[in-house]
Design a binder for this molecule. Structure first.
Ligand SMILES: [Zn+2]
Length: 166
């Protein structure tokens, strides 16, 4: 099993292993998450992120850049990236904040895009993956934890059952 799922309890993983063994992990996810999204361009992503930020994090500092990034590879604990590069400009400290989302999310079910954007937005307020961070994530998306687990299943399925000619 790829390490996207490292750290989850065995009782969560046993049914996943059964789906993998029978070659039905991808199919089961497509059934549970049939809804795709129209956020296919950077322009659309900027608007999508801005709408969520307006709704939940109005007081957070503005984002300098929001973009899909084809070079971004998904690894455990780095589902997207968020940078807060600070630089001193005169006497004023300015923080330049960027959100980059791995391009493969263009093809992801809509709830997974929402989950990853919520994750990156939460980092505007909390840098660590701690209790306060996940509290903010679940405030923005109550199903956050389930979606993060299922996103990891989706990544696992992509790796084990790559789409190909049928
Ligand atoms: Zn993070």
């Amino acid at each position: 099993m790829p390490n996207y799922l490292a750290g989850y309890p065995p009782q969560w993983l046993a049914p996943v292993q059964a789906l993998i063994d029978s070659g039905r992990l991808g199919e089961s996810l497509r059934r549970r998450y049939p809804e795709d999204h129209a956020v296919r361009s950077d322009r659309a992503l900027v608007d999508y992120v801005a709408a969520l930020k307006r709704q939940y994090l109005r007081s957070a500092p503005p984002l300098a850049k929001v973009a899909y990034d084809a070079r971004l590879h998904i690894v455990r604990n780095a589902l997207g990236t968020h940078t807060a590069a600070s630089r001193v400009q005169g006497t004023q400290l300015k923080a330049k904040r960027e959100i980059r989302i791995a391009s493969l999310f263009k093809q992801a079910p809509a709830p997974f895009l929402r989950m990853i954007v919520v994750h990156e937005l939460a980092h505007l307020k909390v840098l660590a993956h701690d209790k306060a961070f996940y509290a903010l994530c679940t405030h923005m998306e109550p199903a956050y934890h389930q979606l993060e687990f299922d996103l990891r299943l989706w990544l696992t399925a992509l790796e084990l059952e790559p789409p190909g000619p049928r």
